[in-house]
Design a protein around this ligand. Structure first.
Ligand SMILES: *Cc1c(COP(=O)(O)O)cnc(C)c1O
Length: 242
């Protein structure tokens, strides 16, 4: 059996255990395959297990793989930092953008979507760890920002996304996820439809599930180590030259 398939089985059992531990219904928790740097053929192997949701970080990879995966029914979320000059392509190839984090970006998305006469699902990315290296709106500004995005009729707000603190201290990581949940509650009170919480990755998915994740984004634990550190994929400004 392929390693990818074995790894997905392991992730599924981690999800099941975490759901049981926290008394949650396993059907509330979706697995998103974080497929940055992963080849289309490996993604196809993963999809043979029945998985249908992938997440890409880079526009170029999104486009290349969309072509190769088009025969297979699936959904692609954009989970990387989105530069305004790449909006056109992302709208064309992604089903959802999980990384909406600033009003200039939201406004430009709205304009382009009007031009294309379509709409798109979005998540608001919140920087719950307050780390400078990470993108996302600050927790303090998140509610006002979401109210502004709500005015943009081509953006369908689906939820909130965050990347937890990178730390071996579970309780520090948990604080990030709790904060996202608290922000979600405030937004729901204002009728902002943030029903999904996209949080938790290979190392912290159990904690995220305990704190209410509805989408976990898993890469390394399924596809193996990537060549570059994550900030390469997150932050184009700090990218090493490749
Ligand atoms: C790469 C990535 C993931 C997956 O991280 P792993 O630690 O490899 O599971 C999740 N979310 C985002 C935004 C990513 O860039």
């Amino acid at each position: 059996m392929s390693l990818i398939i074995e790894n997905i089985a392991k992730i599924k059992s981690r999800i099941k255990n975490a759901a049981e531990f926290s008394g949650r219904n396993i059907n509330e928790i979706k697995l998103l395959l974080a497929t940055k740097t992963v080849s289309a053929s490996s993604i196809i192997t993963a999809m043979e297990t029945g998985e249908t949701l992938i997440g890409e970080n880079k526009v170029q990879e999104l486009i290349e793989k969309a072509e190769k995966l088009k025969a297979i029914p699936h959904q692609t979320h954009f989970i990387g930092h989105l530069q305004s000059n790449k909006i056109k392509e992302v709208i064309k190839f992604a089903d959802c953008i999980q990384s909406v984090d600033r009003i200039e970006l939201a406004d430009k998305l709205q304009k382009r979507l009007e031009f294309d006469n379509k709409s798109i699902d979005v998540f608001i990315q919140v920087n719950t760890s307050y780390e400078e290296s990470k993108f996302g709106i600050s927790p303090e500004m998140a509610l006002d920002f979401a109210l502004q995005v709500k005015q943009l009729d081509r953006l369908n707000i689906k939820g909130l996304m965050t990347i937890g603190l990178f730390s071996a201290e579970t309780e520090q990581v948990r604080k990030c996820f709790r904060l996202l949940k608290a922000i979600q509650n405030k937004m729901l009170q204002k009728d902002i439809s943030v029903n999904e919480l996209s949080m938790g990755m290979s190392n912290d998915l159990e904690t995220a599930i305990e704190e209410g994740a509805t989408i976990i984004r898993v890469g390394t634990a399924i596809f193996g180590q990537r060549l570059y550190p994550d900030n390469y994929y997150w932050n184009e400004k700090n990218s090493p030259q490749v």
